[in-house]
Design a protein around this ligand. Structure first.
Ligand SMILES: [Zn+2]
Length: 300
């Protein structure tokens, strides 16, 4: 069985090529996965848009209604970083449906990945920081509501702190939120996760991997996890426009391998989402995101 990959062509909302958010990374990631032989028909599943009932488990009903109607107040659109028109609204619903589907496939097969997701700055009340809906928080709450999981671990290694996830799940004792991120990165005002590790600028591969390797056993000791959501943001890379942690491609690969190997050795299902990545060289960026899928395919 090949690695199960969840994808939808409408993850790409077709922004202008010079937009601060590199939207073209979604089709380019699929090209990269095809070139690596990972995107055959038996590997791919297509999500449906997440219904409002799922979205409202994690977000204020009024905000969900605003996004679905494309009537998000301008002040919130500015915090998100783009206007929420029909394409962006559909994209947010599909990416969230995609993470729910990838989680279900991970529970069935041990591991699965979404080619979008990791929108961890979206808080209960509203979106922010290029994030409209918090797909991982929604998926966690859907699995809990359906009794498909009882204990959920979120390992968020995007370079930015997972403030929205912490905001939504702060009172949810069945979900443990872990964020390891650059101390000086967005958001300026962080919302405490269950465990936060803030790293200094220029941390680099060796120190990063040593820190992570020390933490993973602590995380597994906390509860009998039914599933791990892994946000594999590549904005930790040295060439990322927004990151400050100076990881190399080899460091990214070692990181993804360390996380997935750790949990799969314990037979804990892993649902991977791509998280952030910002670069004007979008082909190089897509290749960075492809590393998660290359590594994950070794555990499928
Ligand atoms: Zn990020």
């Amino acid at each position: 069985m090949p690695l199960q990959i969840v994808h939808h062509p409408d993850y790409d909302a077709s922004f202008a090529v010079n937009h601060r958010f590199p939207m073209s990374k979604y089709p380019l990631l699929m090209e990269a996965l095809s070139a690596r032989g990972l995107a055959g028909p038996e590997a791919l599943s297509m999500p449906r848009p997440a219904p409002a009932s799922w979205l409202k488990l994690a977000h204020a009903a009024s905000y969900v209604d605003q996004v679905l109607a494309c009537e998000v107040p301008e002040k919130i659109e500015r915090e998100i970083g783009f206007p929420v028109g029909p394409r962006v609204s559909l994209r947010a619903q599909l990416a969230t449906g995609g993470t729910v589907l990838a989680a279900r496939l991970a529970l069935l097969n041990g591991i699965a990945c979404n080619t979008a997701g990791g929108s961890h700055h979206a808080r209960r009340a509203q979106g922010a920081g290029f994030c409209t809906f918090n797909d991982v928080a929604v998926a966690s709450l859907v699995l809990l509501a359906e009794a498909a999981a009882r204990n959920i671990l979120i390992v968020d290694l995007d370079v930015h702190q997972g403030d929205g996830t912490a905001d939504i799940l702060g009172d949810e004792r069945r979900v443990f939120t872990f964020s390891m991120h650059g101390d000086r990165n967005y958001p300026a005002r962080k919302i405490a996760s269950d465990l936060d590790v803030a790293l200094p600028d220029g941390t680099g591969d060796a120190a990063y991997l040593e820190r992570l390797g020390g933490i993973l056993p602590e995380l597994t000791a906390r509860a009998p996890w039914d599933i791990v959501f892994y946000n594999a943001g590549v904005d930790v890379h040295a060439d990322d426009r927004l990151g400050r942690l100076s990881l190399s491609n080899e460091g990214l690969r070692a990181r993804d391998d360390m996380v997935i190997r750790h949990f799969r050795a314990l037979r804990i299902p892993v649902c991977g989402v791509i998280g952030g990545g910002y670069s004007t060289d979008v082909a190089a960026l897509a290749a960075r995101h492809a590393i998660l899928f290359e590594v994950a395919s070794g555990f499928a």
